[in-house]
Design a protein around this ligand. Structure first.
Ligand SMILES: Nc1ncnc2c1ncn2[C@@H]1O[C@H](COP(=O)(O)OP(=O)(O)OP(=O)(O)O)[C@@H](O)[C@H]1O
Ligand SMILES: [Mg+2]
Length: 758
């Protein structure tokens, strides 16, 4: 059977994220594939819905229209209503009027009306059917009140039938939602307008799986708006939700039908080409090559189909096609938004939109509904690129996406019983700096000065905190405080510290990559962390930076530190939430003896703080603690942990614990080794802090964020140390005020103008 251009039966029901998607192939539709625009389309859906159940309805052409659950329900109810009327046979004689020959004259007209309302019109235009019904009721009631006795007798049962229909219509969502509006209008309204308001729909190109959800935008408060590639990103505050909303509107979702057509055709043409395993890993590099190939295909397709496209339009389309063939699809846009820190796709995929963590707006729900099909293609892509297995026997895949400065962790069944889930961590391309941390209130200048001083005086430090508290970021900023003449060894299992960039700005770094302990698969080519560390130690006198201390390498590290073989500076991160928990973890979980643990000089704790009344989390440095050396079994009970700085949440400040300083063994030691008096030590620390604060001040005054970026912050740091050294050479003693003054002059007259110019 063929209705309105559809072949009935051209549909499929697919399970997607636990929802039944009814998918219609509308490629051969004569009319537009749209519930709002096309009565024939409504007729068709009503018919199909009598035999298939669905939670969502997808009309598939070169682009797809996806009707959500509420909209699908409205159509299903109308379909059910039509069936009910047929079963009740509401057009049979007994429903059309009273008994008796005198009534028969009315039956023919009434039969037509009821069939029209309850059989024909209901499927094409249910709102019009309802309005026709109301009109008929009104007409018959008026006639009855005016007419003779006979007419009343002949009409009463008919009125009952009409009332029954009316009741039934009014039970449906479609009529409930429109009744007030349409019945108030003086004329019979143009129903297509009403359908447009009810069946507003998401449209997306058929070859993109992800749907974009746009709902009730008018109630949302716009917090921010910016561009990412050719897309617009909007951040909204929802009146009833604690998390913000992140809406992205990529160009591929709003192209003209012509362009959709050209793009889909192009995709069909290029689908035959599948990059092999080896070329997949170089895909990022050959991206521009693919885009050029696609450009010429697009040109051909457009020409042979009579579509006119400008060169810029061709370029744009080629980029889109590349995104969905050799790229990461819509995810790629999220990965290009470097204001995001994390992207999460939870299982079962397709049930809930992706959510993200935004560096300025915290956790946000996105408008992207990723699909299982896309997830499985992402899976194979990740498997191919990593060269690692990812299956039931190896349910964790954890590695760095080449060229994207992003780490991906995928977990699958049986570990994640509801299917694969993904987490992406977007690394900052340039390392954080202490001045940036002062600028965003993560720490105060004094803490920055203290950290800088401790590193310069070769302390070993562990940075701790909960997940995402900023440990690795803080580690990177500490690394920048190491003098550039030192040799640095960086050991990580996932490459997060931007070593290439650091090298570029003058640091002397050797990087070691180790096997990730999270990954269940044991790829032989990767070296275990403890092995790598042994190698690192043999590389000679260097500063040692450890991405994360988490397993057996802890023993090797501490043993080396204890006997003084671990080089001059050792800094690393470790999961925990206080200095005490670091001790507990290192000694009790990682089996490092107490005596070795004492090789740690300082523990720094970062924590996301939620101020009272606010949902937003603010990262804060909350503790700088010295590990003293004279205790035996439990550092906390025996006073072995000495807080040098401690965070006060009421005042939102990190306070210097002046009384504790007198008990510090570390400062005594530094004083002994460096020959500096306690007064000089603190002058040095304050000078460093003030210098960094000065940069922040200048950045704010001149609206010049670049000034605090690592390149400049590190140059400024070098200069300060040089001026200090100069004074020492000239006068045999340091006047810290004078050094700072000279340095400030240099910053203002030399650094600032050169940064402002770029
Ligand atoms: N002080 C800060 N202010 C704003 N954003 C920050 C700050 N510190 C870190 N971030 C951002 O937060 C995200 C998480 O930081 P980071 O990777 O350093 O945390 P982590 O504690 O090492 O996490 P994990 O436990 O997963 O290793 C990063 O994207 C980083 O850029
Ligand atoms: Mg980290």
């Amino acid at each position: 059977m063929e209705i309105g251009g559809f072949k009935v039966g051209d549909y499929a029901v697919r399970d997607e994220g636990g929802k039944r998607h009814l998918i219609f192939d509308c490629k051969n539709c004569v009319y537009s594939a749209s519930v709002a625009d096309d009565p024939a389309c409504r007729y068709h859906l009503t018919t199909i819905l009598s035999e298939a159940e669905a939670d969502l309805i997808v009309l598939a052409d070169v682009y797809e229209r996806v009707y959500d659950e509420q909209q699908a329900k409205m159509l299903s109810e109308i379909s059910a209503l039509k069936q009910q009327f047929s079963i009740e046979s509401i057009w049979s004689y007994k429903h059309l009027g009273g008994q008796g020959k005198e009534c028969e004259q009315y039956f023919s007209g009434r039969h037509d009306t009821v069939v029209k309302i309850g059989h024909d019109l209901i499927a094409f235009d249910p709102i019009m059917a309802y309005l026709t019904l109301l009109k008929e009721i009104k007409l018959e009631k008026t006639k009855m009140s005016e007419g003779e006795k006979d007419y009343e007798k002949c009409t009463k049962p008919y009125i009952n039938t009409l009332d029954h229909l009316r009741n039934a219509f009014e039970q449906t969502e479609l009529i409930t939602r429109t009744k007030n509006f349409i019945t108030k209008m003086s004329q019979i309204p143009e129903t297509s307008k009403v359908y447009h308001s009810l069946f507003e729909v998401e449209v997306k190109p058929a070859f993109i799986g992800s749907r974009l959800l746009f709902k009730e935008m008018e109630k949302l408060e716009l917090l921010d708006e910016y561009g990412v590639k050719e897309s617009t990103v909007q951040i909204f505050k929802h009146p009833h939700k604690t998390e913000n909303l992140y809406f992205i509107n990529p160009p591929e979702y709003t192209l003209s039908p012509d362009k959709y057509f050209v793009m889909s055709k192009t995709r069909e043409v290029v689908a035959g080409y599948k990059p092999g395993k080896t070329s997949l890993s170089t895909v990022a590099k050959s991206r521009s090559y693919f885009e050029r190939v696609y450009e010429s295909t697009i040109k051909d397709v457009a020409k042979s189909n009579g579509v006119k496209l400008s060169q810029a339009e061709i370029k744009e389309l080629a980029q889109i096609v590349a995104r969905y063939t050799v790229g990461y699809g819509i995810l790629e846009l999220l990965l290009s938004d470097r204001r995001l820190t994390d992207i999460y796709l939870d299982s079962p995929i397709g049930q809930k939109p992706a959510y993200i963590v935004h560096s300025d707006f915290g956790q946000c729900q996105t408008n992207i509904l990723y699909t299982e099909r896309e997830a499985s293609s992402l899976n194979s892509k990740l498997r191919a690129m990593s060269g690692r297995p990812f299956d039931e026997a190896h349910p964790v895949l954890d590695f760095d996406l080449p060229d994207l400065d992003t780490r991906v962790a995928a977990i699958g069944p049986p570990l994640s019983p509801d299917g694969t889930a993904f987490a992406f961590r977007l690394h900052k391309v340039t390392p954080w700096t202490l001045p940036q941390f002062i600028d965003n209130n993560f720490m105060n200048p004094l803490a920055a000065g203290l950290i800088s001083f401790l590193i310069d005086n070769q302390s070993s430090m562990l940075v701790t905190g909960s997940r995402g508290s900023g440990k690795t970021s803080l580690l990177g900023s500490c690394l920048l405080e190491i003098l550039q003449n030192a040799r640095i060894i960086v050991q990580e299992d996932t490459l997060e510290i931007p070593v290439p960039y650091l090298k570029k700005i003058g640091y002397n770094i050797q990087r070691l990559k180790t096997r990730s302990p999270i990954s269940v698969s044991k790829t032989e080519s990767e070296v275990a962390p403890e092995e790598a560390l042994r190698t690192a130690l043999r590389l000679g006198d260097s500063a040692l930076v450890l991405g994360e201390v988490r397993s057996k390498e802890a023993k090797v590290l501490y043993e080396a530190m204890r006997v003084g073989a671990a080089g001059n500076i050792v800094i690393g991160t470790i999961h925990g939430d206080s200095a005490y928990s670091v001790w507990d973890r290192v000694v009790n979980d990682l089996d490092v003896p107490n005596t070795s643990f004492k090789a740690t000089d300082i523990v720094i704790v970062a924590r996301p703080i939620r101020f009272s009344g606010s949902l937003k989390k603010h990262r804060r440095l909350v503790q700088v603690t010295e590990v003293k050396k004279h205790w035996i079994s439990d550092p906390e009970q025996e006073g072995g942990l000495l807080d040098l700085m401690l965070y006060d949440a009421k005042k939102d400040t990190l306070e210097l614990m002046e009384d504790n300083l007198k008990e510090s063994e570390l400062f005594d030691k530094i004083s002994r080794i460096s020959g500096l008096s306690m007064k000089e030590i603190w002058e040095d620390i304050r000078m460093r802090g003030n210098a960094k604060a000065f940069l922040v001040e200048l950045k704010r005054e001149n609206k010049l964020p670049l000034l605090l970026e690592s390149e400049n912050s590190s140059a400024a740091n070098n200069k300060l140390i040089l001026f200090k050294e100069e004074q020492l050479q000239e006068k045999g003693k340091i006047d810290y005020e004078a050094v700072l003054g000279k340095w400030k002059y240099w910053v203002k007259n030399s650094l600032l103008p050169s940064v402002a110019k770029t």
